[in-house]
Design a protein around this ligand. Sequence first.
Ligand code: C5P
Length: 230
Amino acid sequence: MRDVIIACDFSSKKETLQFLNHFQDCRPYVKIGMELFYAEGPDIVRELKQRGHRIFLDLKLHDIPNTVRKTMSVLSQLDIDMTNLHAAGTIDMMKAALEGLTKTNGQRPLLLAVTQLTSTSEERMQKELLINANINDTITHYATNAKIAGLDGVVCSPLEAKLVKDRCGNDFITVTPGVRFADSDTADQVRITTPAKAREIGTDYIVVGRPITMAANPLDAYQRCCDEFI
Ligand code: C5P
């Protein structure tokens, strides 16, 4: 169940394929985010899928339920393995997303909710968004809403993963960015953890970008992540 997802934060297909060529016959689980998807369109998803990668399509949808239902229905044709939306869109929006994502044969990719972005501080959430609660309560409440809507889990920071599991149950999936090796540069990530610590916390998937994409030997860095985490 546990797996390492590589964040392919590139702005072109060329760069992405050059990077993935380091992996030879190995086909890691990859994350395609807004940057690459908006640059290359759905063809990049088809191409990576055809090469044998599992795909987390990280587009974080947030719109009225009807629009999200119809958009998820289009995305479900891409044969992705995981996708996401903002829990702030309400339970109705999340239910509509699930309906749209489910194919006529009943199959669908995993659907996760973003609770509060890790870039949102408690202070800004309270002052700018007028959410009069502490951030951990907000995160666990949004995770509970996602569970009520029938979603599979949430994207959250490693520290929140334990809170979410305690509230929503161990089967409720947590996908966790902010991972760094103990001896590597943290860059702009603040609430970080090592792959080994993420395993200890009990998260299901770690999303790792620069520690692998910027490594002198990406395949070695990926294997080190897998050795520590899986
Ligand atoms: O390079 P790095 O390992 O920091 O990349 C982490 C990936 O996870 C990036 O694609 C980033 O956009 C994503 N992410 C994150 N924090 C969140 C949600 C997504 O770092 N709260």
